[in-house]
Ligand binder design. Structure first.
Ligand SMILES: Nc1nc2c(ncn2[C@@H]2O[C@H](COP(=O)(O)OP(=O)(O)OP(=O)(O)O)[C@@H](O)[C@H]2O)c(=O)[nH]1
Length: 600
């Protein structure tokens, strides 16, 4: 039985990170009586442990709730939980496409921030009814009037009768639900048309294979039906359907406006592309739902096992993770310095950190990860274009016409007192200013086009430090631009550390080369002989440092002393060695590979 679309309300919660999205979702589950008391303890919607620890939502999860409104009518609400971080921009936009409305949660003690605005723009692009909510009004520092003015001035939303809520104490939650019922439009769709359902999430289940979450737009999907995924053109049989209510509950059909999951013997999530349309295989729809895009990874890094014996384990772990997350890619890679490993591509830095952490924690692997790099568009003298994701694979200079790098439009929110410092930082990172706007008397929105490569190098940390933590940012890809880019190599006793090669702007190559050489000098352990560290552009050495030879045995000072202390020292050395790699005759610790990221 499908539900009368007039009684359905599909909505998401959008917010800047930490403004209380997950907590509010939990309160909504409480009020609709969806969870038992014990379940209420945990944040139900953030399912993975790693997310809970970091306090971020990575994978969208959606629940169906029945809410009896004050008018006595029971409405069916689908709460679509969107990922909160900019790396997952496209997934957020597809989740929003599955809704008619969005709750815009703004922390009343913080006000409007970069991701508040970025998410609102996405919601507006998707024609959603946006309902602003002031959260955390229980905090003494909450300033509802100021925040309200900001929402009106910066976003242009009418804040008359805005709900003041506290997801912590439960204040205002019913008011929010009443607003949803009253203001979010009911879904429109043609029940008799060929079915079209939007895929907005998918994950891997070891028993079922790929599971896809859909929002039906037109027609009806039924258990047993043969369906087609329009982007890939593949057909499958719907063997199982269900909803999260909030626990998985089997169903037999989904009609217009409804949201649920499908299981269809699909082996891998790689085949279930976010934004794709599910239709009937026998009588397919002619036009897919709008907005499908094949997302490409933007950040690349080499991942190598410290112990070469773990290569196969690493491959297994990557394959398993990839079954659940099709947005990262990997392929075998070899490095002279690091041996056999994989080149991985991620949506962004946070995505990279999450995967890295899961590999180390869930799969117990000891890894060395190289400095992240962007994908360059390299135009050759013969007119062809190559996408280069690994600086070590850059073609020889003479065969290249130009190198183009990805440019991000970065939107920064900052109190007016820090504007100068933020502008200086953006200029220093080769930014091009696009606009500077006052959001209110003391808050400014600065927009810059910046090379992604410059954003990767601790831009966010720097931004936080020059603004004492007050600035927030959001970004999106706007295109590629040519610049005077060169490949900088680091050599240890003449042997290239291919894993440390980077593509940098020529003007910055000298400083970066010198800084790196100095830093490496402190990190490369002293050996029995002198070690030369050089930075080079092609064959031209631009900086050099020397690690002097070792004079004493480390244990010598324990001579005559306590034998257990000596053992401890040796053990400590062994521990340190675990993360070492031999380069020619020199041992390089993992730290060296990260040093490049942390240059001051
Ligand atoms: N005092 C107070 N704290 C709140 C309220 N709502 C949320 N918090 C706290 O704010 C922090 C962030 O809340 P979350 O619900 O995790 O925020 P989020 O927006 O889901 O964060 P991300 O998942 O990182 O996007 C947590 O420590 C919450 O306990 C509120 O109404 N009042």
């Amino acid at each position: 039985m499908t539900v009368d679309p007039a009684l359905i309300r599909n909505f998401s919660i959008i917010a800047h990170i930490d403004h209380g999205k997950s907590t509010l979702a939990d309160r909504i589950l409480d009020v609709t009586g969806a969870l038992t008391a014990r379940e209420q303890v945990a944040q139900f919607l953030d399912k993975m442990e790693i997310e809970r620890e970091r306090g971020i939502t990575v994978k969208a999860q959606t629940v169906r709730l029945d809410y009896k409104a004050l008018n006595g009518v029971t409405y069916r609400l689908h709460l679509i939980d969107t990922p909160g971080h900019v790396d997952f921009h496209y997934e957020v936009s597809r989740s929003l496409q599955a809704c008619e409305g969005a709750l815009l949660v703004v922390d009343a003690s913080q006000g409007v921030e970069a991701q508040t605005l970025a998410n609102v723009y996405l919601a507006i692009e998707n024609n959603l009814e946006v309902i602003p909510v002031l959260n955390k009004i229980d905090l003494p520092s909450a300033d509802p009037d100021r925040t309200r003015r900001e929402i009106e001035d910066v976003i242009g939303l009418d804040c008359n009768g805005i709900v003041q809520a506290s997801a912590k104490t439960g204040l205002g939650i019913r008011d929010i639900l009443e607003e949803i019922v009253a203001r979010v439009p009911a879904p429109k769709g043609d029940a008799d048309a060929a079915p079209r359902a939007l895929i907005f999430d998918s994950w891997y289940d070891s028993y079922r294979g790929a599971v896809i979450m859909v929002r039906v737009v037109d027609g009806v999907l039924r258990k047993g039906q043969k369906v087609r995924l329009m982007a890939t053109g593949r057909d499958y049989e719907l063997v199982e359907m269900g909803v999260f209510a909030p626990h998985p509950t089997p169903i037999t059909s989904l009609g217009p406006g409804e949201v649920g999951f499908l299981v269809a013997n699909i082996k891998s999530v790689v085949d279930t592309k976010i934004g794709d349309t599910v239709t009937d295989a026998v009588h397919p729809a002619t036009v897919p739902l709008p907005g499908f895009k094949d997302v490409k990874p933007m950040v690349f890094a080499g991942v190598f096992p410290t112990d070469s014996g773990q290569y196969e384990d690493l491959r297994d772990a990557l394959s398993k993770l990839n079954m659940n997350d099709a947005s990262f890619v990997f392929e075998p890679d070899t490095s002279e310095a690091l041996g056999f490993g994989f080149r991985c591509g991620f949506l962004g830095l946070l995505h990279m950190e999450i995967i890295q952490e899961r590999l180390e924690r869930e799969y117990n692997l000891d890894l060395i990860t190289t400095a992240p790099s962007v994908a360059f568009h390299v135009y050759m003298t013969d007119g062809s274009m190559r996408r280069i994701e690994n600086p070590a694979k850059m073609p020889p200079t003479q065969s290249m016409d130009r190198i183009e790098e990805p440019i991000y439009r970065v939107m920064i929110h900052v109190p007016s007192g820090y504007v100068g410092a933020v502008l200086a930082l953006c200029q220093e990172r080769r930014g091009e200013q696009k606009s500077l706007q006052y959001a209110s008397a003391d808050r400014v929105i600065i927009t810059y086009d910046l090379p992604l490569g410059e954003v990767l190098f601790d831009f966010h940390d720097k931004l936080k430090s020059v603004s004492r933590g007050y600035a927030s940012m959001d970004y999106e890809l706007v295109g590629y631009r040519a610049d005077d880019l060169v490949k900088l190599d680091m050599l240890v006793n003449g042997e290239p550390l291919d894993a440390l090669s980077v593509i940098v702007h020529r003007e910055k190559a000298y400083t970066r080369g010198r800084d790196l050489a100095v830093k490496l000098k402190d990190i490369v352990p002293r050996q029995q002989y002198e070690v030369a560290i050089q930075a080079a552009l092609g064959t031209k050495v631009i900086a050099r440092t020397t690690v002097r030879a070792l004079r004493k045995d480390v244990t010598a000072k324990c001579y005559g002393g306590d034998i257990s202390r000596k053992r401890k020292l040796l053990e400590k050395q062994k521990e340190g060695k675990k993360r070492m790699k031999m380069v020619g005759s020199v041992e390089i610790p993992q730290e060296a590979f990260l040093a490049i990221l942390k240059l001051d």
